[in-house]
Design a protein around this ligand. Sequence first.
Ligand SMILES: [Zn+2]
Ligand SMILES: [Zn+2]
Ligand SMILES: [Zn+2]
Length: 106
Amino acid sequence: MTTCSHLDQISDVTLQGNGCVDCLAVGDSWIHLRLCMTCGYVGCCDSSKNKHASAHARSSDHPIVESFEPGEDWLWCYVDEVAFLVDDAPTLSYSPGNTEEVGRVI
Ligand SMILES: [Zn+2]
Ligand SMILES: [Zn+2]
Ligand SMILES: [Zn+2]
């Protein structure tokens, strides 16, 4: 069940990078990636030392990210702190099917 009230912030985003945008900028590494569903920012998860995804969510007021890990298509809202799946979500730029196109950098 979805208890997130920010679903209107999900849009058909264009990826801003093949890895964490800010980690790539400084040559750092990450554990997992999250994709901002509002602007396409790719950031590292809270298990990564830099936690760019959550930092982006706070600073940009973009609450919803999707897991950027191949085979995972769950969404996470940083405001409501709830994970969910959206069956009728808009067409996403990333899906497990185009993993090759996106490229894995880990
Ligand atoms: Zn929410
Ligand atoms: Zn990062
Ligand atoms: Zn964003």
